[in-house]
Design a protein around this ligand. Sequence first.
Ligand code: SAH
Length: 196
Amino acid sequence: ADVGSQKERVVTEEEWLQKWEMGNIGFHKEQGNPLLRKYLDLLLNGRSGLRIFFPLCGKAVEMKWLADMGHSVVGVEVSEQAVKEFFSEHSLPYCEEPVPEISGAKMFQSTSGNISLYCCNIYDLSSSIVGKFDGVWDRGALVAVNPRDRQRYASLMINLVEKNSSYLLVTVLYDPNKHKGPPFYVPESEIKSLFG
Ligand code: SAH
């Protein structure tokens, strides 16, 4: 397929915030993604008490699933509205604090301590701020990244994972000439070259 039609497309931070304000969030699924249940064993690999990262997390209900299983969840999301909706829709009390390393960023943490959501641009994160992760749930994340930023995104993700980590990636398959994205079409060959 010709992916050239999407290469130059840019969705700005402002546009994402607007989508949340307008309730234009068709990507959010109340019921969560069945693929996480299906491939859960691959993610956990028999381990318990993992640190799991949710890039571009929105208010993904899977964060609650994994926290309820005893893992600790860290997400990053540019929309503060999304983050607050996550906690309120699950009736989770939380506190918020600034992130000293990132100007303007806030971290929202469940009172129980096992869910921490950073409200900032993902490219402002580093392992010195959030540590490293045993697992990643990437749904609506790589495919939401602007095509020109994919390399940067993949390098960051590689930096944020431990050696023995598992990375579950959900992509979408469609004709990129018929839809401008997001979600963007990321061909398998590109995934291979990004993540090796
Ligand atoms: N993964 C979630 C949301 C997918 S939509 C789910 O499965 O439901 C992509 C989300 O990424 C949006 O909520 C958008 O606000 C957020 N986002 C987009 N660019 C971002 C960036 N550079 N840094 C942090 N969040 C971003």
